[in-house]
Design a protein around this ligand. Structure first.
Ligand code: 9MG
Length: 238
């Protein structure tokens, strides 16, 4: 019931895609058994179909991917880049969209000590390899979008380096880029604000991402982000 009322709010605010997840991806979050994740995700996935909006399912588990696709999910959002055994096989014979994200480590340990020599080049190389793996299995490239995974095994500096290189990521990979930075610690690090006071910083980050070519923005505050984008577009696009 909570998911439906939250989704109705998002639809009224102008959301395009609703992302449904049954396992927290926050730093330190424990993994959830498959049965538990299915029990959380599937009722919401069925109930939210009445919104008429595209539904994305945020999961790393092939079993959940398969069930979600059978139930009509429009997109699978895998923060693990479809690396789990069976993940590619679970999505290949469908036409749902795929979000391929980069993460260093796992949600349990990813923020312990993220290390890169060249974060932008390494993230691009990872995403390139995952796209190749998906295409080699028979996935049509047009189904894929990529995500540098801000906050997933990255320091604040890594996150901003990736954000500033959104256009390069899109150009080098030739695919739409999804950026998620809403309320994340990279916003808190610059503003000094706790999570419940990060709206303004998140809006600024969302506009910066779109200005640099991001095609999908993952946000919590839909109405505010839609308004900010409308004004930004009116002010910058003829
Ligand atoms: C589930 N989730 C939380 N943050 C995310 C982000 O930045 N990108 C994607 N693809 N999923 C996310």
């Amino acid at each position: 019931e909570f998911a439906v009322s939250r989704a109705e709010e998002m639809v009224a605010s102008g959301v395009d895609i609703i992302d449904i997840g049954g396992e927290s991806t926050r730093p330190g979050s424990p993994s959830v058994p498959v049965a538990e994740e299915l029990a959380r995700v599937m009722p919401a996935l069925y109930a939210l179909q009445e919104t008429g909006k595209a539904l994305s399912v945020d999961t790393c588990k092939p079993e959940v991917m398969r069930e979600a696709i059978i139930a009509g999910a429009d997109m699978i959002n895998d923060i693990n880049g479809f690396q789990a055994p069976g993940a590619i096989e679970a999505v290949v014979n469908s036409d749902c969209g795929l979000c391929v994200m980069h993460m260093q480590g796992t949600p349990q340990d990813m923020q312990a000590q993220p290390v890169y020599t060249d974060v932008v080049a390494e993230v691009i190389a990872f995403l390139r390899e995952r796209i190749a793996a998906l295409e080699a299995a028979g996935v049509d490239r047009e189904r894929i979008c990529v995500d540098p995974g801000l906050g997933f095994g990255k320091t604040v500096e890594h996150n901003y380096a990736l954000l500033k290189n959104t256009e390069r990521i899109a150009d080098e990979l030739g695919l739409p880029v999804l950026i998620g930075l809403s309320r994340k610690s990279m916003i808190g690090a610059v503003t000094g604000r706790p999570v419940e006071e990060r709206l303004a910083g998140s809006l600024a980050g969302a506009l910066a991402a779109v200005a640099q070519g991001a095609k999908i923005i993952r946000v919590h505050d839909v109405a505010e982000t839609v308004d900010a984008l409308k004004v930004w577009r009116a002010a910058t696009i003829d």
